[in-house]
Every structure is written in structure tokens, then in C-alpha cells.
Ligand binder design. Structure first.
Ligand code: SF4
Length: 345
């Protein structure tokens, strides 16, 4: 993929055989008045060019904090990264200066946030806000920037883009505003796009349209896509692989179709069972009992044990490692074999 900033960016090691983005044993903790919160506890994942990774988990699972660590937008302090690496094209971004990181952020790794209305500036037209990317980072004139803004609005399928480029954010629907955010995030042809709950505030039909759009843009540009969501239902057609997070750890990772077919962790199984299905009309929907743990007072052993319908005695005392099931699958459940073959009861 062409990227005009490639000759001037701060990374030293462009040529590498490792994946485009590698999160390696990342730990993030926050100092709070109540004590130390270990929000991310040894998370590792990789994203290749043209690959989509869905990072799934409930609120507080560490999925967004991991993304913020990748982007370098955590407030430090109170956050601290005591261990781990975030390698982009072979270079550990955590070791780069703020200035070097800011050259990568937005240009080579971009992020779409959940709430488009608060991410967009209400006092500037959408065309102005999109064209600013080109004026600031590419030195374009106002006129050329606006022309590029219309092109991008067309690309994310905003109807009558030319007529709407001078409208303000509040004049667009929620779905259209999210398309504008997507236009801004892809303006500079990033190599990695992180979408943090991009469809949460939208209705189901618009959610599907936004997901389709992201998948299409990713195919066209060969970006690596990290899709952060709490909703397993929205990622099946977009993601190649899934990492399921719980209480700051990855508890299962797998190619998307393997996980949908045979989950290897009771938490993933519970999330799958809670997706509404057409053939279950009239039946009560399954819900995982209880709440995610308080990160200041983590349960002993397996962090999921207070909510797990299959827990055994050793689950309360022994922390399960991330067992390798195959080269592409792993599960942090002592009984993953039984979960896989459906004999755990
Ligand atoms: Fe449940 Fe035990 Fe597996 Fe944890 S280790 S998910 S408590 S069966």
C-alpha cells in the first residue's frame, strides 16, 4: 500500500518478517485512590496486513485500554505500562519519543471512536474537519483539501456528498456521523485501523451497514483492522479471528469460524449462547450470570470462576494459563478439552 509518509516516519526497521502489529505480553495498570488496578494483564495478539481481529469483551475487560496503549493515548500517570511491547513493523512503539509516536498516530495507525457526536467538533463543517487531515498532514490547500473531503465522503457512501460537505455534524444522523468519522480515520491511508465499538450507539440495520463498510474499506486498502466490541453478533462477517478478553486477559483466541462453531472457553460459550437467534423465537435468551469482577479485588484462581457454570475445585485456586490448542487457537480454561467436545457439565 502506498503511504506518502513512509520515507519520513520515525520507524527504523521497516523490513521485518513479523506481523504488521504485534502486542506482546502487554501489562497496563492504573494507580487509583482505592489501590492498583491491573487493567491489562499480559495481553498478546498480532494483526497482519489485510487481516481483521475482533477483540471481544464486556466493559472493563481491558480491550479498550489495550487499544489506547497501542495508540499511545493513555494518560500516564495514572496509567503505567510496567511490561510488554507494542511493535509496529518491528519497532516497539512504547520506546519511541512522544513526537515519533505522534507521527505514526492518525497517519499510519488510526482509530475510530465510539461516540461520533462528541468526537466531531460541532462548530466546524464536516468538510472542514475531514479536509483538515490533508491540510495539516499533507500540506494541501483548502480547495484541494475540500475536494479530497468530498471524495472521501463519497467513498464512505454519504449520499450527495458534494452538497453536504458544508453541513455541520448535528445535521447528520448517527450512522452518517459514524461514516464521517470513518472517512477521517482512513483519510491518510493508515496501515492499521482500530475501531472501538464503532456501532454501539446505532440501530441494528445501521450497525450492519457500518460493519459492511469497514470490511469493504479494509479489503480495498489491505489495512490491518482491530475491531473492539462487546457484541459477538456483529463480528462474524467482518473478522478473521477473535480474541476474547475477560478481566484484563485473553481467555480465548481462535479463527472466527472455529470459535463460533466450537468455543473452547465457558465465557465465549456463554457470549455465543446469549446472541439472539431466529430459530429461538419465543424462548428466553441465555445470560451469563453475575457481573465482571472488580479489578481491585480479583477472584482467586480463574477470574471467571464466580460466574462459571462448570467450575471445579481447582478453578478456585489455580490460575489457568493460556493453553495452546493448536497453532491458531488458545484457551485459558483448565477444562477446554471438555468444553470443546461438549462433555463438561
Ligand atoms: Fe470455568 Fe474452571 Fe474453565 Fe475457569 S477454568 S472457565 S472456572 S471451568
Amino acid at each position: 500500500m502506498s503511504n506518502p509518509s513512509i520515507d519520513t516516519h520515525p520507524l527504523e526497521a521497516e523490513a521485518t518478517t513479523e506481523p504488521l502489529l504485534v502486542v506482546d505480553n502487554l501489562h497496563v495498570e492504573f494507580t487509583t485512590r482505592q489501590g492498583l488496578v491491573r487493567a491489562v494483564n499480559g495481553v498478546s495478539y498480532t494483526v497482519n496486513a489485510g487481516e481483521s481481529l475482533a477483540v471481544l469483551g464486556e466493559s472493563g475487560s481491558g480491550k479498550s485500554v489495550t487499544a489506547q496503549a497501542i495508540m499511545g493515548i493513555l494518560d500516564m500517570p495514572p496509567a503505567r505500562i510496567p511490561k510488554g511491547e507494542v511493535r509496529f513493523r518491528g519497532t516497539d512503539m512504547l520506546k519511541l519519543s512522544d513526537q515519533a509516536r505522534s507521527q505514526i498516530r492518525g497517519q499510519r495507525i488510526a482509530m475510530i471512536f465510539q461516540d461520533a457526536l462528541s468526537a466531531l467538533n460541532p462548530v466546524f463543517t464536516v468538510g472542514w474537519q475531514i479536509s483538515e487531515m490533508f491540510r495539516v498532514h499533507r500540506g494541501m490547500s483548502k480547495r484541494d483539501g475540500m475536494r479530497k473531503a468530498v471524495e472521501l465522503m463519497d467513498r464512505v457512501r454519504i449520499p450527495a456528498a458534494k452538497n453536504r460537505v458544508n453541513d455541520y455534524p448535528h445535521q447528520f444522523s448517527g450512522g452518517m456521523r459514524q461514516r464521517i468519522m470513518i472517512a477521517m480515520s482512513i483519510a491518510l491511508d493508515p496501515e492499521v485501523l482500530i475501531a472501538d465499538e464503532p456501532t454501539t450507539a446505532l440501530d441494528v440495520t445501521v450497525q450492519a451497514q457500518i460493519m459492511d463498510l469497514l470490511a469493504e474499506l479494509q479489503r480495498e486498502s489491505n489495512m490491518g483492522l482491530i475491531l473492539i466490541t462487546h457484541d459477538l453478533g456483529v463480528v462474524a462477517d467482518v473478522a478473521d479471528k477473535i480474541a476474547v478478553m475477560y478481566a484484563g486477559r485473553i481467555v480465548e483466541h481462535a479463527p472466527v469460524h472455529d470459535l463460533y462453531k466450537t468455543p473452547a472457553h465457558p465465557y465465549s460459550k456463554g457470549l455465543l449462547d446469549s446472541i439472539p437467534r431466529v430459530d429461538m423465537k419465543g424462548q428466553e435468551l441465555y445470560a451469563i450470570k453475575g457481573l465482571p469482577p472488580n479489578l481491585l479485588d480479583m477472584p482467586s484462581g480463574c477470574a471467571f470462576h464466580p460466574r462459571c457454570p462448570y467450575r471445579r475445585d481447582n478453578c478456585v485456586t489455580d490460575v489457568p494459563p493460556l493453553y495452546e490448542i493448536s497453532g491458531t487457537r488458545g484457551s485459558a480454561c483448565h477444562y477446554y478439552r471438555e468444553v470443546l467436545d461438549g462433555t463438561l457439565g
